[in-house]
Design a protein around this ligand. Structure first.
Ligand code: DHB
Length: 515
């Protein structure tokens, strides 16, 4: 809850005198313009716009290190409404502080009466000139540090600005989804403190209440092996890899089982999650997605690997007789799992009725082939690609590069390939930066960070930008720590975010109200 201790503030103001008056990070509630946004249904949403606020004292890159804050009309300074913090980071690139959009979660949040904060942040392509030299300002973890500094700004000013800093929902898609996950996992992390202090970030907490992560491109150190392990069934078929690509793919895939074992994850039914049962676990998540879509009226062709429930009919058309081929045994009402006689009363074979609204099984290889047929898969390695089979740097190679604009490998596998040195190791400084960019390092165990208590994670069921294992591991690891996780692989969704806003905002309302 937001506390409104005006008399305490006034007293503190008297004590601090001139230094408080000169506080560059103090929010000025009077410094706004009035704006409005037309929603898709024609409704006009009006709000106070506080734009171009610097959220650190030592600004390095004035193009990106600002935030915009939007307060719906009618929300008073004293109101304690949740805050949606939306990052528009994509491709690990820099992102300016944007204005709200009627078609994404920012516009919807304003309509629902939330305060909206849209911070800019440095990224792989942000550059400033210093002493005539180009300096890359957004190498990892700087983009994340900017977002954490923006969160600190909200906490620091909680008493003097609208919105409740104790109920910040972060939201982002893809690399932005990764940033949202990092904000959710690394709250108040001591490892980030020296950097934030140097930047002149507000002396405040940076934990968040909830993280909304659409298709997070995260766990970058392991994403290559997870990609190859999952999609190996397509290498000779639709993916059409050549011999050298296949060799790299196989070597990477072979690293995955050990990584999965090291995660020590447990499924909701209490089984250890390993490479042995992982495909089945994933299959069930995809089947749940299909089943939900069918219930909502989608049509799914069996050519993509779905096996529909079939049942025997007797000759009088007297209804269901047979259990589902596999998966959870759920029988149509009144059957109770009784096995039907295999022949009808006249000794003739029974008629099979196909229920195309009831998923019984999934041929995973066929389904993955379908995913790859819609959008061609990345070639191996999918992320740390520079110098392995191609010379070009991926966005990830760039973000792990240095201030001089040189890109870098961030896995030992690719580094050793590129340098042709099987003893090559990542240098310590880079290893630390890689560590700081992976939320998986801060969830569970004896992590010193404050973990967000609520997570909404979505990865489209035909999104091939990263392996399904990446979001599944993230969600499972979070579930294993006991925080609340709403996770799904929404049917037929490609690599995209901020969809099904009715569902998202129903979830946000419920968790914000503590229900
Ligand atoms: C994004 C997509 C990718 O496939 C990737 O490797 C990194 C980032 C993105 O859309 O942000």
């Amino acid at each position: 809850m937001k506390r409104r201790l005006w008399f305490t503030m006034a007293f503190a103001g008297l004590c601090l005198g001139a230094s408080a008056a000169g506080d560059a990070l103090r929010f000025n509630a009077e410094n706004y313009t009035l704006k409005s946004l037309q929603m898709p249904d024609g409704e006009m949403v009006s709000y106070k716009a506080y734009e171009g606020i610097y959220y650190v004292k030592n600004v390095e890159d004035s193009t990106y290190q600002t935030l915009n804050l939007y307060v719906p009309f009618g929300v008073k300074d004293t109101d304690s409404v949740p805050i949606l913090l939306r990052t528009y980071v994509g491709g690990y690139m820099a992102s300016t502080a944007k204005t709200p959009s009627a078609t994404d979660a920012t516009g919807r949040a304003l309509k629902e009466g939330y305060v909206v904060c849209i911070p800019g942040s440095r990224g792989a392509n942000s550059v400033v000139k210093r002493n005539g030299e180009e300096v890359y300002t957004g190498i990892a973890p700087n983009g994340l540090l900017d977002l954490k500094a923006a969160v600190r700004y909200l906490h620091y000013n909680d008493e003097v600005m609208p919105g409740d800093a104790n109920r910040i929902f972060t939201d982002g898609t893809s690399a932005g989804g990764a940033m949202s996950a990092l904000l959710g996992a690394t709250g108040n992390g001591k490892d980030y403190e020296p950097y934030l202090e140097k930047m002149g970030a507000a002396p405040a907490r940076d934990e968040v209440f909830a993280a909304i992560c659409y298709c997070p491109i995260t766990d970058l150190e392991h994403a290559d092996c997870e990609y190859e392990w999952l999609y190996s069934c397509t290498n000779d078929g639709i993916r059409g890899l050549d011999e050298s690509q296949k060799a790299v793919s196989e070597e990477l895939a072979a690293l995955c089982p050990d990584y999965l074992r090291s995660l020590n994850l447990t499924t909701p039914s209490g089984e250890k999650l390993t490479a042995d049962n992982y495909r089945n676990y994933l299959k069930n998540l995809l089947m749940a997605s299909m089943q939900r879509a069918l219930q909502e009226g989608a049509e799914i062709p069996d050519s993509i690997g779905v096996v529909f429930y079939q049942e025997k009919q007797d000759f009088m058309g007297a209804g269901p007789r047979r259990s589902r081929p596999s998966g959870e045994r759920r029988f149509p009402e009144g059957l109770d799992g009784r096995e039907a006689p295999s022949f009808g009363p006249a000794g003739r074979p029974p008629r099979m009725e196909l229920h195309t609204d009831f998923v019984a099984d999934l041929n995973l290889d066929r389904y993955l082939t379908y995913v790859a047929s819609v959008t061609p898969l990345k070639t191996p390695p999918a992320f740390d690609q520079e110098g392995v089979l191609v010379e070009t740097a991926s966005p990830e190679n760039k973000v792990f590069g240095n201030a001089q604009g040189e890109s870098a490998n961030f896995t030992i596998f690719s580094l050793q390939r590129r340098t042709k040195d099987s003893n090559a190791v990542l240098d310590e400084e880079l290893r630390h930066r890689i560590y700081l960019m992976n939320p998986m390092n801060f969830i569970g165990g004896d992590s010193q960070t404050t973990l967000a208590g609520h997570w909404y994670i979505r990865h489209g069921a035909r999104d091939r930008d990263t392996s399904f294992l990446v979001p599944v591991n993230l969600a499972t690891k979070l579930q294993n720590t006991g925080v609340e996780v709403d996770f799904a692989l929404p049917w037929n969704r490609p690599h995209t975010g901020d969809y099904n806003l009715d569902d998202l905002f129903a979830w946000m309302k419920r968790v914000a109200e503590g229900k």
